[in-house]
Design a protein around this ligand. Structure first.
Ligand SMILES: [Zn+2]
Length: 190
């Protein structure tokens, strides 16, 4: 799940900065902000350092498949009284039009690897959402009532909407079971 090769880097020189260097992702690039008067040699060193630091901090935030199984179990116990018991939950990289999907018939859940690296409360929301679908299909009042115990539903949904909007994506929140509906018509997972 690592990014292929080096990311595209944009170096911004800031006249307001005298010593601090920072790096963040923006629109698919890594932006490194450095003091305006930094030398080219220092720039190269700092860009390499900041890319390493960014990769390390993102790796810490990126749970593995095993982590996902453990997390799903904890979330089910905490927010759904342990009633949702998925037979499998895994990351998929082929979902292009949704954050998550599930198949209530066989109890399997898939989470888009786009959610990897997002804040923990967002991942937890996507997982709880799919867990709840193992109990209730569709997005009616009884579905949302199940999610009432999870405290950051609105915040997480806002985060996902913001990511989708800034990336120009029209992502469905999830596949609405049991219809196997795929509005965007692309990238069904296997
Ligand atoms: Zn849903």
């Amino acid at each position: 799940m690592e990014q292929p090769g080096q990311p595209e880097v944009e170096v911004r020189r800031s006249t307001r900065r005298t010593r601090t260097v920072s790096a963040f992702r923006e629109a698919g690039r890594v932006v490194v902000v450095i003091p305006a008067r930094m030398t080219r040699a220092d720039e190269r060193t700092w860009v390499a350092t900041m890319l390493e630091r960014l990769a390390a901090s993102e790796a810490r935030r990126r749970p593995s498949s095993a982590d996902l199984v453990i997390r799903a179990g904890e979330l089910s116990r905490r927010y759904l009284a342990g009633r949702a018991t998925p037979t499998s939950i895994r990351w998929v990289s082929t979902m292009r039009s949704r954050w998550g999907s599930c198949t209530p018939k066989d109890g399997s859940i898939r989470i888009s690897d786009r959610v990897q690296g997002m804040p923990g409360y967002v991942l937890d929301y996507v997982v709880v959402h799919e867990l709840a679908h193992l109990l209730v299909g569709g997005h009616g009042p009884d579905f949302w009532a199940l999610l009432e115990g999870y405290p950051r539903v609105e915040r997480a949904r806002g985060f996902l909407e913001g990511v989708a909007a800034s990336a120009g994506l029209s992502l469905e929140e999830c596949a609405e079971p049991p219809g196997e509906r795929d509005v965007a018509g692309a990238g069904e997972d296997g």
